[in-house]
Design a protein around this ligand. Structure first.
Ligand SMILES: CC(C)(COP(=O)(O)OP(=O)(O)OC[C@H]1O[C@@H](n2cnc3c(N)ncnc32)[C@H](O)[C@@H]1OP(=O)(O)O)[C@@H](O)C(=O)NCCC(=O)NCCS
Length: 151
């Protein structure tokens, strides 16, 4: 495992985050939405994992009704399977604990088997299915885990 530098994202990270979105998702988050969040317009927390100044991955955590909501996590393909995702999740675990959240939940594409394995290892279990949740009508699985996560 390589140890990444973890820090909160700043507006200047926008271009890198958009590049990560485009590299990781068929339907990336819109640049203007990320820009609004980074500009302080959102309620979510953006964390980045950096190696020698290059952002290898990032994650977005929000809060909803006393639960932490993992809204996004993405690692550039060339940095995957080196523990970057886990390091972001470890930081979010600390944050969720600070927020006094007892659980964390997320939505994941039913077909995203790699991410589902990643989450299962952290203690996430199936909670429910949302029909046609994504723009292309694919279902989302809602997964939930207790805080602390299984790190
Ligand atoms: C899911 C994702 C964030 C994981 O990031 P990562 O940095 O590669 O994850 P890690 O290296 O920390 O993985 C930790 C463990 O999770 C499991 N895991 C991670 N990716 C996996 C995959 N594609 N298939 C199977 N297991 C996987 C493995 O057990 C891994 O440990 P190992 O490499 O020692 O076997 C990354 O694959 C990604 O960005 N995917 C595309 C975007 C995405 O789908 N995001 C989730 C949206 S809900």
């Amino acid at each position: 495992m390589q140890i990444a530098d973890l820090d909160f994202c700043v507006p200047e990270d926008l271009k890198s985050l958009v590049e990560i979105e485009n590299a990781c998702f068929a339907v990336p988050w819109e640049e203007r939405l990320i820009a609004a969040d980074l500009g302080g317009g959102g309620y979510s927390t953006y964390l980045k994992a950096t190696f020698k100044g290059i952002i290898a991955g990032y994650g977005v955590l929000g809060q909803n009704d006393g639960s932490a909501h993992l809204m996004n996590i993405a690692v550039l393909p060339e940095y995957r399977r080196h523990g970057v995702g886990l390091q972001i999740m470890a930081a979010f675990d600390v944050l969720a604990n600070e927020w006094l959240c007892k659980r964390m939940y997320l939505e994941v594409r039913a077909s995203n088997t790699g991410a589902r394995t990643f989450y299962a290892n952290l203690g996430f279990v199936y909670s429910s299915r949302i029909k046609g949740y994504y723009n292309d009508e694919e279902d989302a699985l809602v997964l939930v885990a207790r805080i602390p996560l299984k790190l």
